[in-house]
Design a binder for this molecule. Structure first.
Ligand code: CDP
Length: 210
């Protein structure tokens, strides 16, 4: 079986940074699946149709991985819109094949998101669940957004993270959840290097020297 590494966790837990570093280190392709939902959310926001299920489904069906522009999708408003469209089962279903095809690349792949270990790649040999306390995640996201020149407050970012956590964990369709065979890493007290070392240790153990 190819080396598929599934990385899940809540907003700003550090899963994206870890996924990128692991993919780079192992020379594997990486898919940030949050970008798919962000792209659908951004399209709906732009067209003023966020409440329209059919419009979000059409946007999901038209999505093309090759044209995703990550930088334009990282703002807080797009994150909130992503979480709204991501709660719709039809939108999730429309994005399933694309994610599974990515994971089925012959050499393996790293995917990060909310439901990779539970729904997209339940047979992945390596599953990580990355967490951190909400206040710490809010501070990280606040600094990231400030760095992008966004006009945000720490309280506002924390409220947004709590709201998104509740929506992502509480939805009926593929909620954010730790797979039974995933290994959890709490990055609250870990720097990037420490979290990366902990993650690579688990990858080595679980991949059996593949
Ligand atoms: O970077 P951050 O963790 O804030 O968010 P993201 O990973 O870009 O995901 C944005 C939103 O997309 C999440 O709040 C989820 O609602 C949704 N999402 C999902 O439902 N399933 C995934 N596999 C990835 C993201």
């Amino acid at each position: 079986m190819p080396l598929v590494i599934a990385i899940d966790g809540p907003a700003a837990s550090g899963k994206g940074t870890l996924a990128r570093r692991i993919a780079q280190t192992l020379d594997l392709p990486h898919l940030d699946t949050g970008l798919l939902y962000r792209a659908v959310g951004a399209r709906c926001l732009k067209d003023g149709v966020l409440e329209d299920e059919a419009a979000s489904l059409a946007a999901a069906r038209m999505l093309d991985l090759a044209t995703l522009d990550a930088d334009s999708l990282r703002d807080a408003e797009t994150g909130a819109a992503a979480s709204i469209v991501a709660a719709r089962p039809a939108v999730r279903a429309a994005l399933l094949d694309l994610q599974r095809a990515f994971a089925a690349r012959p050499g393996g792949a790293v995917l990060d998101g909310r439901d990779i270990g539970t729904v997209i790649c339940p047979d992945a040999p390596v599953k990580l669940f990355i967490t951190a306390a909400p206040e710490i995640r809010a501070l990280r996201r606040y600094k990231e957004l400030l760095g992008r020149g966004a006009d945000v407050t720490l309280d506002g970012v924390l409220a947004d993270i709590r709201e998104r956590d509740a929506r992502d964990s509480g939805r009926a369709s593929a909620p954010l959840a730790k797979a039974g065979d995933a290994v959890e890493i709490d990055t609250s007290d870990l720097g990037i290097e420490e979290a990366f070392a902990a993650a690579m240790e688990i990858v080595r153990l679980k991949s059996g020297g593949r």
